[in-house]
Structures are given as C-alpha cells and as structure tokens.
Write a protein that binds this ligand. Structure first.
Ligand SMILES: Cc1cc2nc3c(=O)[nH]c(=O)nc-3n(C[C@H](O)[C@H](O)[C@H](O)COP(=O)(O)O)c2cc1C
Length: 180
C-alpha cells in the first residue's frame, strides 16, 4: 500500500467554518512549501495567504467563482499560488520549470497540512486576473491556482470538483513503459 498520506488525502468539498489555524501553523505550511525541490534551486514561488477573518482572506474570497465560493469560504486558510515566470522587464523565462516547481511546493504544503490533521483543496475556479490586480502582482509573476486549507466536515470527501469523479487510472494506464 502507498503511504497513508496518499491513501487518505482528498480535496474536501466542505470545510468546518468554526476551525481556525494559528499563525504558527501557517508558518509551518509555508516553510514546508519552501522546502520543495526546484530547478537549480530557483524557488519560483510566492504565496498570498489569508486566514479566515483577516482582510487578505476577504480580498481573495471576493474573486472566487460561484462554484468554489460554495465550499472554499468555509476553509480556515486561502492561499493563492504564484509562479515566477519571467525575469523582470523582459520576456526571458525565469525558469522553464516554474509551474512544475510551484506544483511541488503546493504538494509539500498539502503533505504538511495532512501532518497537522488538515486537508487542502487546490483549485482553478477563481478570477486569476482579478487576484493579480487586487494584489498588484507584476506581469513577470503569474497567479496559477489557489489552495483552500482546513478541517473537512462529515461527507466532505464525496466529490472533488463539480461532478468530478475521484476514480484513478489503473497502473497500466499511467505506465508508459516498464521492464518486467
Ligand atoms: C491544478 C488543479 C486545479 C483544480 N481546479 C479545481 C477547481 O477549479 N474546482 C474544484 O472543485 N476542484 C479543483 N481541483 C481539485 C480536483 O478536482 C481534485 O484534485 C481531483 O478531482 C481529485 O480528487 P482528490 O483531490 O479528492 O483526490 C483542482 C486540482 C488541481 C491540482
């Protein structure tokens, strides 16, 4: 069997709105993200972080799509995940692997959340341009995804994403080639 993290992790569709994260827990989540590997140690990531009740959270929540606002606003933490795409004032790529590395950083955050008894739902359903302009993200950075972090409530595991199945492809379908 894979590690319990891989087996038990899921993207909750309902969070406990009574749960709060401490500032120290938020630090630990960000520290875990920052420890992810990246091409040439380029660390092409940055995070806009709002704890429920604070003004950053409210400014992020304003730009959720209708579908995600139905569940993400119960989360204890909303995080917008930014990728460093270009060298400032140029069209030269900062890192060819920026998106890849941001994904790994968020995966590290997700793993750390699990160790704290929390769950993460990553999502695309928000207005990326509006978040960029709300937080004055310059053009050489890109708002990629958001992550909602918190404590799931009963029944939060059924579906992740509107109508999305949680079925996984069998091993043979995800193995291009392998010697037996
Ligand atoms: C890059 C990315 C974008 C996603 N976008 C959305 C989204 O917009 N809305 C949503 O409800 N879930 C979204 N998800 C969550 C996926 O639907 C979910 O991870 C997938 O269905 C597998 O379910 P599980 O995470 O519970 O195993 C996204 C996940 C990733 C990694």
């Amino acid at each position: 069997m894979p590690h319990t993290f891989a087996v038990d992790r899921f993207s909750p569709v309902r969070f406990d709105p009574g749960h709060a994260l401490s500032g120290r827990e938020v630090d630990v989540l960000l520290e875990a993200a920052g420890r992810a590997p990246s091409a040439g140690n380029s660390q092409p990531w940055s995070f806009i972080v709002g704890r429920r009740g604070d003004q950053v959270y409210q400014r992020l929540a304003r730009h959720l799509s209708r579908s995600s606002s139905m569940w993400a606003t119960g989360a204890s933490l909303l995080v917008a995940n930014l990728a460093h795409r270009f060298v400032e004032d140029s069209d030269i790529e900062y890192s060819e692997f920026a998106h890849y590395d941001v994904g790994q950083a968020v995966a590290h955050m997700t793993f750390q959340a699990h160790a704290l008894g929390l769950f993460v739902h990553q999502f695309r359903a928000f207005d990326r341009d509006a978040v960029a302009s709300e937080f004055k993200v310059p053009g050489h950075w890109e708002v990629t995804t958001m992550a909602a972090v918190g404590l799931p409530v009963e029944g939060a595991r059924h579906l992740s994403g509107a109508g999305t199945s949680r079925e996984r492809l069998p091993l043979q379908d995800i193995t291009w080639e392998r010697a037996r």
